[in-house]
Design a protein around this ligand. Structure first.
Ligand SMILES: [Zn+2]
Length: 449
């Protein structure tokens, strides 16, 4: 690992590569993409084949016209997709063995290999070279580290699977401590107290657990920064954690496909447009809900070009006071898999219900709900789990929840579902917490309206 490269990237991103206007930013992105495309067409047999017939578009850098790919396409063409000749079987075998032994330190041909499970069960394999890993580390530090890189920082990082990708940011002053979310949750307690992290990074379900420990006085931490990753940060969890620590939570939108967004000093989540370009495939333009198609012009080993993610994002309507030209998000709304569906009243057509609507309905039902989950079991079957703050009655809350959800379905002119309740499952675990979750087997991609 080359520390000089990390520091260089840190300095460039933090101090030198600044864009005042959208035009400046787009000129930079287009220049980068043009150069990147040349490299990719030369080195990835998959893209070479895919772009046959698009030579003229590439010549004039009309990259927005190039075909869209996704995880399924990437995995189906793994061997020719990557530019370093790593075969899928070999990579899988390697990654599985690391997952099993929980030893993520070895590499294949100087390439780190990561697995992403994906909520719908389709595994993805991701390849990152040492150089890319250094660039990533520099970018993360530049965007997230409070104060200077020369200061002392102790970082507690909760991860589902450790990965070489993340182990590169250690140096004398900055200490990374990894916590494996597969370990028993209580084992983290004493370790946290011992290291006294100045920065806490983890999924909101884990951060919430830490905040609960703090409230119960079994833990006394004084972090300077708390960063939420990997799960949707719900207002209900954000409020609780911020209150306990008296800090504003920062957010990172990072997936195996790239370091996509991070919060500015005003707490707004901005796409890291100095690293990736995001195109919007709108599902609801008026509400600003879209699926991102990303182009990462920094990834050479496994090129991510016009790659459709399975996420739902909501753009921010008002400009952020920080003045950044980077695309501002209202929130990350979840996975496309967590869209709910209903039948229209008259024609039995299928219509989509966004997770954001469900969330608002629950929050409207009562101020006293401390935890919840809403699961669509079938078209007309909705399960709700919740807990209320002590001293409040569940029965009243149940009635309000039913009322709000039925009202939502009515507003959307959909056939009313049956709503039933079950006990809230409190255990944070290695599986991602999704407060709005759809179990419908059928997928209606491309048919939703
Ligand atoms: Zn901002």
């Amino acid at each position: 690992m080359n520390k000089f490269n990390i520091l260089k990237q840190y300095l460039v991103i933090k101090y030198f590569r600044k864009f005042k206007t959208k035009e400046q930013l787009e000129t930079y992105q287009n220049k980068k993409i043009a150069k990147h495309l040349k490299y990719v067409v030369r080195t990835s047999p998959f893209y070479q084949e895919l772009y046959k017939g698009y030579e003229d578009e590439i010549k004039i850098n009309n990259w927005a016209k190039l075909p869209v790919v996704n995880k399924e396409i990437m995995m189906a063409n793994f061997d020719t997709f990557n530019t370093v000749g790593i075969k899928k079987n070999k990579a899988l075998e390697f990654a599985f063995s690391a997952e099993k032994t929980r030893d993520f330190s070895s590499k294949l041909q100087n390439i780190s290999i990561g697995l992403s499970s994906g909520t719908s069960g389709n595994r993805g394999i991701f390849l990152v070279s040492d150089e890319e890993s250094e660039m990533w580390s520099g970018a993360v530090l530049a965007k997230l580290l409070p104060g200077s890189i020369l200061g002392r920082h102790t970082i507690a990082f909760f991860l589902r699977a450790n990965n070489n990708l993340y182990s590169s940011t250690e140096n004398g002053r900055i200490r990374f401590h990894y916590f494996d979310l597969f370990d028993d949750i209580n084992s983290h307690l004493s370790r946290l107290q011992k290291i006294e992290p100045t920065i806490l990074i983890g999924p909101p379900s884990m951060l919430r657990k830490i905040a609960e420990w703090q409230t119960e006085n079994v833990l006394k931490l004084r972090p300077k920064k708390i960063i939420s990753v990997a799960e949707v940060l719900e207002d209900i969890d954000r409020g609780y954690i911020e209150k306990v620590f008296g800090l504003k939570i920062d957010q990172v939108y990072q997936c195996t496909e790239g370091f996509l967004a991070s919060t500015c000093s005003y707490g707004t989540l901005h796409i890291n447009e100095d690293l990736v370009v995001v195109q919007k495939e709108y599902l609801d333009q008026e509400k600003g809900i879209f699926v991102p198609i990303i182009t990462d012009f920094t990834r050479r080993t496994q090129p991510i070009i016009r790659y459709r993610l399975n996420d739902l994002l909501i753009e921010k309507k008002d400009a952020c006071p920080c003045g950044s030209p980077y695309l501002a998000l209202e929130r990350i709304d979840g996975r496309c898999d967590d869209l709910f569906y209903g039948y229209t009243n008259n024609s039995k057509q299928i219509k989509v219900i966004f997770p954001d609507f469900i969330r608002r309905a629950i929050m409207k039902a009562s101020d006293n709900i401390s935890e919840y989950k809403v699961i669509q079991k079938d078209f007309l079957k909705i399960e709700v789990q919740f807990e209320v703050n002590t001293g409040h009655y569940e029965d009243n809350t149940k009635l309000s929840i039913i009322k709000e959800l039925l009202e939502l379905w009515e507003q959307l002119q959909l056939e009313s579902p049956n709503i039933h309740f079950s006990a809230y499952n409190r255990n944070p675990s290695a599986t991602k917490l999704r407060r709005v979750e759809c179990h419908l087997k059928q997928q209606f991609e491309g048919k939703i309206h």
